[in-house]
Ligand binder design. Structure first.
Ligand code: CA
Ligand code: ZN
Length: 294
């Protein structure tokens, strides 16, 4: 197994030098900082002392040998180790309820015995997930805080242990980086933070040749899903739905109309996050209908 200490990058780009090179089918452990670069350790700290240039770091990138343009990178998420504390924030004008937030607040939440202690009487079972996970984008550089077809800040609750994520490979080696782990997060992430944590994430990386993957695809124990991001949420909905219809046509031998009807009858459209300039949605299909993506 390979281990990668945090080598924080803030932009995903083909020009980032690899922090690690691994053969195909390697298992890699990533140490990650939280989305604030671990800056918020006290509730008394003022949010305006935060260095915004250090928001949304990702650990990497990892160069996967054999990954070529047009392939997909298959990322099997094996485990996420959580620390003993998580952090949440409320920031005026940020998130769905931003206009109603009177003043900023930092909240530190103990994590113990598989539970996040939200208050003396409210406990949330941990459900660890990766907020930022992506490859070098097709062109230019993209902040780690931004989602897109390369992955990035998708804030998708299903990107969790047991899941397999497929990302398009745009550049040789793929250049995978990840970070922004949440101990638990609600679909939509309406206040712009989950329970933000530094973490240790273990994944296996595998190249799938000529996979035809155009946007992030996910498979876990219960669903297959296509994930899409766009400034226009309806456009994101269209992209995720069209991608899943195409997969149903191919894998289940359905006509376009039938694939659409099947999604209309049994698909589940979910918000991943609704708070970044680019919104992220996913279209899920139960495994009983679609047993696999590739
Ligand atoms: Ca995030
Ligand atoms: Zn986060």
């Amino acid at each position: 197994m390979y281990t990668l200490k945090n080598e924080g990058i803030f932009k995903m780009s083909k020009d980032n030098p690899p922090a690690l090179r691994v053969p195909d089918k390697s298992t890699v452990e990533f140490e990650t900082l939280d989305c604030f670069s671990n800056q918020l350790k006290e509730e008394s700290r003022q949010i305006d002392t935060l260095d915004w240039n250090r928001i949304n770091p990702a650990t990497g990138p990892v160069y996967v040998e054999g990954a070529e343009i047009g392939d997909a990178l298959k990322i099997s998420i094996l485990s996420i180790e959580l620390p003993e504390w998580g952090t949440m924030v409320a920031i005026p004008d940020n998130g769905v309820l931003g206009s109603l937030i009177p003043e900023s607040q930092i909240k530190r939440l103990p994590i113990k015995n598989g539970l996040v202690q939200f208050s003396p009487s409210i406990f949330l079972p941990v459900s660890p997930m990766i907020g930022v996970i992506g490859v070098a984008p097709e062109s230019g550089e993209i902040f780690c805080g931004e989602p897109g077809n390369h992955g990035g800040n998708m804030d998708t609750t299903r990107i969790a242990p047991g899941a397999v994520l497929y990302l398009p490979v745009y550049h040789r080696g793929a250049l995978l980086a990840l970070g922004d782990v949440h101990a638990v997060m609600g679909d939509g992430e309406i206040m712009v933070s989950g329970v933000e944590v530094p973490a240790r994430v273990t994944v296996t990386l595998e190249v799938v040749k000529n996979a035809g993957v155009k946007l992030p695809l996910l498979e876990d124990r219960s669903v297959c899903a296509a994930i899409a991001s766009d400034e226009d949420v309806e456009r994101a909905v269209f992209e995720a739905t069209a991608a899943m219809a195409a997969i149903l046509m191919k894998k289940r031998g359905l006509s376009f109309n039938e694939a659409g009807m099947l999604l209309s009858a049994a698909g589940k459209l979910c918000f991943c996050q609704i708070v970044d300039p680019k919104r992220t949605v996913r279209m899920e299909v139960p495994k009983t209908i679609l047993s696999g993506l590739i």
